[in-house]
Design a protein around this ligand. Structure first.
Ligand code: SF4
Ligand code: SF4
Length: 311
């Protein structure tokens, strides 16, 4: 389907996205991402997806948007900065990843994407589409590059030259043609290898992929089992996620704070000292983290991660 005036609609979609608070918005032509297939299959074959079996099951869907939205023509990609300047303030405490500081990002982004899709349908009622926020097998990073938002750094995260890499990616796939942005074809990493050098576990492959079996983010968040003993000495104080490769990236030097207040670290968590963390009860865990991405983790496992950093 081709919508008359699709170039005007594309402008309006972006205006609406920015009004909704998104920092970035680009539009890519929907197509099968054939060029991604070999690296993706090699990564899976090497077992680097660890326990994320959904990646194996949905390989085709991840690379072909029309398997998710029949007749898919366009992939609208948004970016939402989550960088909080309110940090954990006490020395020697367990460290949580910045993306988990505030409200669960799914609960912030999904309503915005839904409103964006509703807006498109208001403008063009015949359009069919679907939203995706880390909730279905979409290759978000690849689509962010396709839509011109940035390039995939050596740490595999997408970097935008203006806002860095601390942003969430949200996607709307629609069955109408739109005005497409140029894919981001430049690699602005240049000769830099800082993230590879600084990764505590050597998890960064030199082909824009991560070995999830070694990555602290995976080991402390996704992995249902205990962190393997050989990685315990490498955790530092990290109990939920790891930001090291993004923190050392020169493109994040001037990252501005998110305008989304719900992404900021609440003062009560920022002020927790070591004994507050060590004595964290299930009741307190619920009080502090219900509504945060951290609450997807079972209390027992979270507590185990806290105890791990003292070993
Ligand atoms: S998140 Fe941490 S462990 Fe994972 S690749 Fe980055 S620096 Fe390495
Ligand atoms: S630290 Fe250097 S190599 Fe790694 S993503 Fe940033 S610019 Fe690229």
């Amino acid at each position: 389907m081709v919508t008359p005036g699709f170039d005007q609609l594309s402008v309006e979609i972006k205006e609406k996205a920015y009004k909704l608070g998104f920092d970035l918005c680009g539009i890519a032509k929907a197509r099968v991402l054939n060029e991604r297939t070999p690296v993706f299959r090699q990564w899976i074959a090497a077992g680097m997806h660890d326990e994320m079996d959904f990646l194996v099951r949905n390989t085709e869907k991840r690379l072909d948007p029309s398997s998710l939205v029949p007749g898919a023509k366009s992939v609208i990609v948004t970016g939402l900065n989550y960088y909080s300047k309110n940090l954990q303030r006490k020395e020697g405490v367990p460290v949580i990843s910045r993306y988990s500081y505030g409200k669960d990002y799914h609960d912030v982004i999904k309503p915005k994407l839904t409103e964006l899709l509703d807006y498109i349908k208001t403008r063009e009622p015949s359009v069919e589409g679907r939203i995706f926020c880390d909730s279905a097998p979409v290759h978000e990073k690849a689509w962010a590059v396709e839509a011109g938002l940035g390039w995939q750094g050596r740490h595999s995260v997408v970097i935008n030259p203006e806002i860095g890499s601390f942003f969430f990616i949200g996607i709307v796939i629609v069955d109408t043609e739109l005005d497409y942005d140029y894919p981001f074809r430049k690699d602005l990493c240049g000769n830099c290898t800082v993230c590879i050098d600084e990764c505590p576990t050597g998890a960064i492959n030199n082909n824009r992929t991560i070995d999830a079996r070694k990555c602290i983010a995976n080991l402390t968040i996704e992995n249902k089992a205990s962190v393997p003993s050989e990685y315990l000495p490498k955790l530092g104080k990290r109990i939920y996620g790891c930001d090291r490769c993004q923190e050392v990236c020169p493109w994040n030097k001037n990252t501005g704070e998110s305008v989304i207040r719900e992404f900021r670290l609440p003062d009560e968590i920022a002020e927790m000292n070591l004994s507050d963390w060590m004595e964290l009860t299930e009741e307190k865990f619920t009080q502090l983290f219900a509504g945060s991405a951290i609450y997807r983790k079972r209390y027992e496992q979270f507590k185990e991660n806290i105890i791990n950093i003292l070993k």
